[in-house]
Design a protein around this ligand. Sequence first.
Ligand code: NAD
Length: 473
Amino acid sequence: MVAEFNETEISEIERIYASQKSHYALVGKTKASERIAKLKKFQVAILKFRSELEEAMWKDYRKPAAEVALTEIYPVIQEIRFALKHLGGWMKPKRVARPITMIGSSSRVHYEPKGMCLIIAPWNYPMQLLFAPLVSAIAAGNTVILKPSEFNSNTVQVLKRIVDEAFDEREIAVVEGGVEVSTKLLDMKFSHIFFTGAPEIGKIVMAAASKHLTSVTLELGGKSPTIIDETADIKAMVPRITWAKFVNAGQICIAPDYVIVHESKKEDFVQGMAQQINKHYGKDAIDSPDYLRIINSRHFLRLKGYLEATVQQGGKVVFGGAMNEAENYIEPTLITDVKQSSDLMQHEVFGPILPIITYKDKQEVIELIKSKEKPLAVYIYSRSKKNIKYFIENTSAGGTCINMSAVHVGNPNLPFGGINNSGIGKSRGHYGFLEFTNERGVLHQKLPSAVEFMAPPYTRFKQKLIDWTIKYL
Ligand code: NAD
């Protein structure tokens, strides 16, 4: 059931923007204790609306309550708890060393807020991907306009109520709408834009930001490979890959996009995955209350088209393949004999279809991964230290799990993000705080400076001093 889609009027956006503009300097001066109070209030509001969130996400794409709790609410609560614990330390100016030539001075890094920020989020994790960066922005002392996706109409209403309950709109406000509203916001001057979404849209965001020389964090997507070598423990790994690929019906930026498995392990892997999918979702996933739908018919038809075109090019569906257009349902699907030129290998899948490719020699794995854009994640399943080292050293990715998939995003001590086409900048924990912060270098001169001894006129003595500096200091 789709709730009525509200689009914030342009005049209303301008009013909110103006109110934040007149307020951001004050917000920037808040102490750690005040930001902590805001985050605590935010946490209370989120928990208060838990059942409304569960209901709304079920209506939007049948997300089960357990997944709302585990993959939407918990990551934000965890982010808040982490910030509450560390915020005082993060905000404190940090004394840094100085070179001997700067004797008589001391240096510190001050952490000042960037100012007015914009967060644009996608639909696949509508709460987590809107609110986790918001925690970092609040911790750093900014005002924020939030633009959630237009595809989660029910959820967005609840997210708005949470924000209205917890914050003054002069500090944090939700603006609703699609491309038109997003474009309007991108025309406005912000100090930082945090965007999560597709690489093609990331380019539009970055181009718009360049007009104001606004800094950006781009959390993008792409094709994240899973490598399974000849030493991998298939029995231990299939539950992990099944979970990471089919939770949220594969609509995850860090889902295993495709598998590249050593040919000696292919049969065991396919059989193991088939059994595990049945364990998770029963004989027919359409009847499972734990299996999501595709967000809308546009994405359903996109996935259907990819699958059909890949089958026409020789791909073999070895598990699943059933669809129900009326429900936007696609069964968890495994497909082998996939050509590199097929739609499923040319585009990010972002759905519950897993292409399985085999290899004989390690070099083939590297060639395949390097033939594509640098991924958001590379997953390596192996019991060989030598192979793990080889795969890490010969690829580049935003993040990696070894003998696991996708959970690296859950460790707030790790930076999360992509590289180039899969993203720019990092988020979560301290990395998220820094993304919304200007690290301002402050040097305090307390005694006469060495510069004074080397200023014009450049006498013979001063020139000698300069030569000596170059040689020894
Ligand atoms: P999307 O890029 O289509 O939309 C994201 C946001 O951008 C939405 O709020 C949308 O309204 C807005 N938008 C869309 N077109 C726009 C335009 N022309 N101008 C300005 N704004 C525009 O992405 P999506 O379909 O919502 O999400 C899927 C993509 O997001 C996938 O590529 C996925 O990998 C990526 N993603 C990345 C992460 C991450 O953390 N790196 C997380 C989730 C999703």
